[in-house]
Design a protein around this ligand. Sequence first.
Ligand code: ADP
Ligand code: MG
Length: 259
Amino acid sequence: NLARDAAVQPSQSAASPAHTVVELKDVHKSFGNNQVLKGVSFAIPKGQVVAIIGKSGSGKSTALRCIDRLEIIDSGTIHVCGHAVHDPAIDLRQLRQDVGIVFQSYNLFPHLTVEQNITLAPKAVKNLPAAQARAIAARTLQQVGLADKAQAYPEQLSGGQQQRVAIARSLAMEPQVMLFDEVTSALDPQLTGEVLRVIESLAQGGMTMVLVTHEMEFAARVADTVIYMHEGKVWETGPGDMLKNPQTAELRDFLSHGL
Ligand code: ADP
Ligand code: MG
């Protein structure tokens, strides 16, 4: 979407190159006296995939939520598609149009069909006519391999299919970046595969993404950059194959003992 990219350039932070979609600089975040993010910095160029791994409680979800301003940071800066996310004057509606986020719990509306779930936001937020919203739903359902499920209700679908609908719903807003927070954690292993394949195909299609995941092999294969978070810090970072050769005792320990 060249026109849209061009429109984004003028407000891009002077410090970050135009092709940087997400940039965190020295981000701190506490809940009460629990310091959860202790100076987190990373940048994601357009079209790249970052996987965030680390123990439970290391701050992965908080970091992800800060990118979409679901959490407000205490200090540091976050820029996303030219939006200054740390700025209280930010236009949240614009930000949320550019950022898609998918959680472990897919939260589809049970009383609405798959198509109605997907067309809701494009109609309400973007004021798209119904026919255009339905065409987008058809396209995004195709992308997640569920073209034949438009008229189904969520309860008629498996967990993996529901999660793929949740991804399609997010894609329907045509985001510039997608954030995934352990989207396969609640799924059986055989359903995990079908969701990971959808995410991998988005990566191949050039979508900029942040994946918080426990799927180490997947992270190593699909991510351009892996970030190992430990105690609220970016402890170790590198390409996917860094997981074969961890540099810190903490990452070695994490990889051998898991969660
Ligand atoms: P991870 O996703 O790596 O498991 P989280 O970012 O969810 O870690 O949590 C990091 C820490 O922040 C934990 O100690 C958690 O209890 C705390 N935390 C997260 N969200 C909140 C919140 N909304 N209120 C208070 N504490 C929170
Ligand atoms: Mg989490």
